[in-house]
Write a protein that binds this ligand. Structure first.
Ligand SMILES: [Zn+2]
Length: 207
């Protein structure tokens, strides 16, 4: 079965695993002061946009679902809306979190499915403040969206994006199999769309 990494995080530095089976937060520890409102476009990867933007609506629903981060027990920790991220609107570090179904920075190739930029935060005692985080998508990956039959060469879009939003919120990779923040996923597996106890513990620790 085809298997790919979901997700290099860029400008992250080394992730240090704790050695126990538990969540890992980005280092230095960082969180949003108020829930980021992620702008989602519908252009870019042709397998996402094939039916009148359906893919982005499904992604919006998935990343804000109570089955994902907003159901961790800390109330709403992420919001999203449909908008335009074309061209110069998409800039790293501009305090406008965006989800792009293309990769204008050419940062996500090969086995990378999507990537989140996590390098924009302000040092503060205790927990640093996240100022911005943007997501790009490998335009060469074949994604399946809800309503599609998924074949062995496709990846389920919602799960990949819920994982990326975990990075946006300040989470690193866990070594707990089956958790959303596990660093890889197999074709057609949408398990990461539903957070596991390990993921929820990370959110409750941070927020
Ligand atoms: Zn990742």
């Amino acid at each position: 079965m085809k298997k790919s990494t979901i997700l290099a995080t860029i400008m992250l530095g080394a992730l240090v695993a704790s050695g126990v089976s538990a969540f890992v937060l980005l280092s230095p520890r960082r969180a949003w002061d108020s829930p980021p409102n992620i702008r989602i476009d519908n252009r870019g990867n042709p397998t996402v946009v094939n039916v009148s933007g359906r893919g982005r609506t499904q992604v919006l629903n998935a990343i804000t679902s109570n089955a994902a981060w907003n159901g961790s027990g800390e109330g709403t920790v992420v919001r999203a809306f449909l908008g335009d991220v074309r061209g110069s609107r998409f800039r790293l570090g501009d305090n406008l979190p965006m989800l792009n179904f293309r990769d204008p920075i050419n940062a996500c190739n090969g086995s990378c499915l999507a990537a989140a930029f996590t390098g924009f935060f302000t040092p503060r005692s205790g927990t640093d403040r996240i100022d911005d985080s943007d997501i790009v998508t490998n335009p060469a990956v074949n994604y399946a969206v809800p309503g599609d039959a998924c074949n062995g060469n496709e990846f389920r879009l919602e799960g990949v994006m819920v994982h990326e939003v975990g990075h946006v919120l300040g989470l690193g990779h866990t070594n707990v199999g089956g958790a959303t923040m596990f660093p890889s996923v197999s074709a057609c597996n949408n398990g990461p769309a539903t957070t596991a106890g390990d993921d929820e513990a990370a959110i409750r620790n941070l927020y």
